[in-house]
Ligand binder design. Structure first.
Ligand code: AMP
Length: 359
């Protein structure tokens, strides 16, 4: 596909804050956007050129959407396979449906990474009662049992400390296909945002150290304060994954950082084929944000160096914390981003604040 020229319409599947920030970045490069999302609170609708509120299975709405756009991307991974395959046949879809299929299934994703020789925690497939004991044997205890599909932010996962608790944990998750993962006693967590375009150009951002609370990202610290060799290893792994997939767009890689007497090393926790919360700091601390980089990458534009100009700490504003917007709005050196969601349910991502420190 030739580079998409300004004036074209980029379709975005998913109407949340990531779609909203993608639409804003696309507009800055002269693109129009059309957001497609099922009924609900869809803050991306407020900033897009057009939107369609319809179910993913609504074939007529999907066909009209495909006709209205020059290409499609997504901010959300849990899109049912059938409509996605249909869309991919009718309009360029980036990142590709193949990539999405891997990342929608934790087992396929971990197998892919491990086949590439990349470091991941021990893991085992759990699909039948007979797999439960074998998984404990293979992975060891404690372990985390996770549903293979449709999990996010800690949803669909249970910690298992004793072999005799495996069956109950699987029951609790609904006896659906699961993956058992060794529990990782990490020193901290980190992430890497990378982008690749169709000509094979790759750029990576500096590594943030990520802090989760109740499985939800709370803060990112940049720089991460990790040895340069660790950051370089994370960059190499992100590049290797992007190349292995012939990837187009922004890719996020989440890491566990292990520390022992020999120093730190990384294990990959998971990957996301989209812009990611651990890259929100880039809009305030870099010349080119992850959102603009994603639009450039899928549109086949050149990828400039992100050019980070500041150290920073990004903090998510969860639930009612965003009601207190006057305080951060008055803070010097802090970049406030509010998502315009209608309802501040507890723990819901309502906005983020990036505190900049000049380097
Ligand atoms: P996930 O949805 O798999 O990214 O998990 C969300 C968070 O749960 C991670 O960022 C970790 O803080 C924690 N977590 C997930 N898997 C493991 C594991 N195998 N060992 C230790 N902590 C984990």
């Amino acid at each position: 596909m030739a580079a998409l020229a300004p004036g074209a319409t980029i379709g975005i599947i998913g109407g949340g804050q990531l779609g909203r920030m993608l639409a804003l970045a696309a507009a800055r490069l002269g693109f129009k956007t059309h957001v497609y999302a099922p009924a609900g609170d869809n803050p991306a609708f407020d900033v897009a050129t057009a939107h369609t509120e319809a179910a993913y299975e609504d074939e007529r709405a999907l066909a009209a959407f495909a006709d209205a756009v020059g290409m499609v991307t997504y901010e959300f991974e849990n899109i049912p396979a059938h409509p996605l395959a249909w869309l991919a046949q009718h309009t360029p879809l980036k990142p590709s449906a193949d990539v999405l299929a891997f990342t929608q299934d934790r087992w396929a994703e971990k197998s892919f990474l491990s086949d590439l020789g990349l470091p991941v925690a021990a893991f085992a497939n759990v699909e039948t009662p007979a797999d439960l004991a074998a998984a404990v044997e293979r992975v060891g205890l404690p372990l985390v049992l996770k549903t293979r599909r449709f999990g996010y932010d800690g949803k669909g996962q249970v910690m298992v400390r004793r072999a005799e608790d495996m069956a109950a944990a699987w029951e609790q998750l609904g006896r659906v296909p699961c993956i058992a993962e060794g529990f990782v006693d990490f020193a901290c967590e980190a992430a890497m945002i990378a982008a690749r375009n169709a000509t094979g150009e790759i750029v990576t951002y500096d590594m943030p150290r990520t802090v989760h609370e109740d499985h939800v990202l709370r803060r990112c610290h940049v720089p991460a304060g990790l040895p340069a060799g660790v950051e370089a290893a994370g960059t190499r792994m992100a590049r290797q994954i992007a190349e292995a997939f012939d990837y187009e767009g922004v890719l996020a890689v989440e890491f566990f950082v292990l520390r022992d007497d020999d120093g730190e090393r990384l294990l990959i926790n998971e990957i996301a084929p989209r812009v990611h919360n651990s890259g929100h700091w880039t809009e305030a601390a870099c010349a080119v944000s992850q959102f603009e980089m994603h639009i450039r990458a899928i549109a086949g534009w050149p990828l400039p160096e992100p050019a980070r100009h500041s150290d920073c700490v990004m903090e998510n504003l969860l639930g009612a914390e965003a009601d207190d917007w006057q305080k951060p709005a008055a803070e010097d050196g802090a970049v406030l981003h509010l998502y315009g969601k209608r309802e501040a349910r507890p723990g819901r991502k309502m906005g983020h604040l990036t505190r900049l420190k000049r380097r």
